[in-house]
Design a binder for this molecule. Structure first.
Ligand code: FA5
Length: 340
């Protein structure tokens, strides 16, 4: 009986060791057979009750089984440890010959690219690049520019007023006065900057957009000088000859005033939402600086004269890259931005 019992125990233990998948299971098998209460330990503990002859025989066989199980458990432990080591090695293995992942670089927003290009061109013509505040007083945004309080011309620039009585500048023109006040002419500056208008948006109108103001002031400056400068600018900006037209216009701070239009390169003069089916895109207001603005800036208009202009930076960018909706610039859509 006891012999059969030993054989069965050996077979079962061998099978369990073989099937075990990890060190925890192996430990449980060890405890089941060789632990204090284990099956083999129980057999060895029962030897005392046997006859001497039987005890000698059983003790030999039980000890052989014990030695056998120790060896088997040891071998399986090594096998499992080796498997664990191998799979860890595989998991950690790095193919150093695989090419690295390319880092993703950001890039400048198309409006910033345009701003830089404009600055570069005007700097090459001797203009300085100047900054001005986005929050303005009524004086600089309107009064100093010859737009009296109740004059209907104020309606041209729908305004966001702040609770403090200040306002968000509706154009970059206030910087004209701020700059002339502090510097002695001759002056040649451009002022790129953000501006705000309380108006409805559409494909070519935003409430928050960018302008570039330009100003040239000297003893003798004429419309011919302005035309030459602006034509040179467009030629360099578009890297080709581009059609422009001067339309008589009205701005309280220039006299005479004119609007500059560019031929619409998106539809080539046919029908499109950007040029509103006219074939032309209004790109800037301009004119000869009004004597009242010079007076308000502390200069004698008899001694100084100059031209000023204010162009839409967003619209220039739209024309250059054939973009048909100004709102795309502010959408934050990476599918759009990644194209630049
Ligand atoms: C002005 O803002 C004048 N301060 C320009 C000026 C400066 C005239 C100096 C004379 C001397 P106007 O409102 O037309 O003018 O705007 C100038 C340009 O800004 C427009 O030609 C257009 O290109 C752009 N612009 C105007 N409104 C919008 C808008 N809502 N969204 C995008 N661009 C606009």
């Amino acid at each position: 009986m006891a012999k059969i019992h030993l054989k069965t125990t050996k077979k079962r233990a061998e099978k369990e060791i073989k099937k075990s998948k990890n060190l925890i299971e192996l430990n449980q098998i060890f405890k089941r057979y060789l632990g204090k209460q284990g099956k083999v330990s129980q057999i060895l503990g029962s030897l005392a009750k046997m006859s001497e002859k039987k005890r000698l025989k059983m003790s030999k066989e039980a000890n052989e089984l014990k030695a056998f199980l120790i060896l088997e458990l040891d071998a399986k432990t090594q096998e499992i440890k080796e498997e664990v080591r191998k799979s860890a090695e595989e998991a950690e293995w790095v193919d150093i010959t695989i090419p690295g992942k390319k880092p993703v670089f950001g890039h400048l927003h198309p409006l910033t690219q345009t701003k830089k290009k404009i600055e570069e061109i005007f700097q090459s013509m001797g203009f300085s690049v100047i900054d001005g505040p986005e929050i303005e007083t009524e004086w600089y945004n309107f009064d100093a520019l010859n737009i009296p309080k109740d004059h209907p011309a104020r309606d041209m620039w729908d305004t966001f007023y702040l609770k403090t009585g200040l306002l968000l500048r509706t154009h970059t023109s206030p910087v004209q006065v701020r700059y002339i006040e502090r510097r002695n002419p001759p002056l040649k500056i451009i002022v790129p900057g953000r501006i705000f208008r309380h108006e409805a948006t559409d494909a070519s109108h935003e409430i928050n957009f960018y302008q570039v103001e330009g100003l040239m002031l000297d003893k003798e400056v004429s419309v011919a000088n302005f035309k030459a400068v602006i034509e040179e600018f467009f030629k360099k900006f578009f890297e080709k000859d581009i059609n422009i037209r001067l339309r008589p216009s009205y701005f309280p701070f220039t006299e005479p005033s004119f609007e500059i239009d560019l031929s619409c390169p998106i539809c080539s003069g046919k029908e499109c939402s950007v040029c509103k089916q006219t074939g032309w895109i209004e790109i800037m207001g301009s004119g000869m600086i009004h004597p009242n603005v010079l007076k308000n800036s502390g200069l004698n208009p008899r001694n100084w004269q100059g031209f000023a202009f204010g162009m839409g930076l967003d619209r220039l960018t739209m024309i250059k890259y054939k973009i048909n909706d100004i709102r795309l610039f502010y959408s934050g859509d990476l599918r759009f931005l990644n194209q630049f």
